[in-house]
Design a protein around this ligand. Sequence first.
Ligand code: SF4
Ligand code: SF4
Length: 387
Amino acid sequence: MTASKLENVKDWIYICARCNSCKFIFRDYRECCPAGNYYMFEPYWASGKALMARGILEGSLEWSDTVAEKVFSCILCGNCEYQCEQDIGDHLIDIFEALRMEAIQQGYGPMPAHEKFKEAVKQQHNPYNGNHSERFTAHWLESHVKDQAEIMYFVGCTGAYREREVVRHTVSLLEKMDIDFGILKDEYCCGSPLLTTGQIKEARDVATHNVNLITESGASVVLTSCAGCYRTLAKEYPERLGMNLPFKVMHFSEFLETNLSKLNISKPAGGRLEVTYHDPCHLARHGGIYEAPRNVLKKLPGIELVEMGRNRENAWCCGAGAGVKSAFKDFAIETAKERVREAVQTGTSTLVTCCPFCERNIGDAIKNMASEIRLIDLSSLVDELAR
Ligand code: SF4
Ligand code: SF4
């Protein structure tokens, strides 16, 4: 009999004091958990999932489709980890990931939508099932495809197949900064959608392919536009998959922060623009990058940053990650709408983020609400102002 995945996280599961601090922002009492807030039922909050894990371990709760649905209805945004003051706090995501792996092991996962993108990654190396041979079909992109380069730009699937404007502006900025960089022709999905939905073997396959390819290219630096790609390459490959990386991974906001002086930047039309900034969970809570995008915004002439009420570690998630956008569409869009409302409350006209996947879900919410707020990626904003 295969050992329960929950045995590895058992010590932490029993620390949960059921104090409910993971339901609200510390000393603030605004909601922090999109899953609990949307479903309004205990098993969707972190404390409820910890209790379900305990029940499964002790045999008082059996796996069923209902249990699995609750396990997968979580964005793994990590806000609960930040709010929890107990020692379990740093390990809530470990528990949720173990629950997902266990659900699959017991035949109650992956969700049909997650199974679908697993097959797409196997066949076409991206979760959108776009043709792999068309990943970089744009003359401004194809011209940078190289086998060898000191700096490699890892484009990512959302940038390649859904939010190509982010990629176009990133490439444009690298050209304006006169950076010699390459794009890997045979780049595969980083594996983030597989890792977050408990499909570890398949994630390891694409990770191995990508690491071998980047290593053969001789690159010392890998740049990503996508927060999910950043976290997966920089943190998950070494920490979760145990891979040694002979290169450094940088999110493009970090690269911009150190290279902004290479650009000639003008003020926005009208001389002044107030913007607000959405922290992508993969970049911020999971990646530890809070200040680089803010520092870039603060250095732009005429740009004024107005923070949303919930920002940095307390930021409300966009609602897209961990397979939620594909499997639980209403939950994903309602979560993004909450973020749009919060951005509108700042009184700014523009919402900046630096993750194409956040942009995709927040963009869908803006359309759904017919909101007039403008949504833009940090690289697109900088490129519009740079000559
Ligand atoms: S997960 Fe942490 S904050 Fe939530 S109930 Fe348990 S101990 Fe309290
Ligand atoms: S990871 Fe996010 S959605 Fe999941 S339980 Fe924690 S706060 Fe809620």
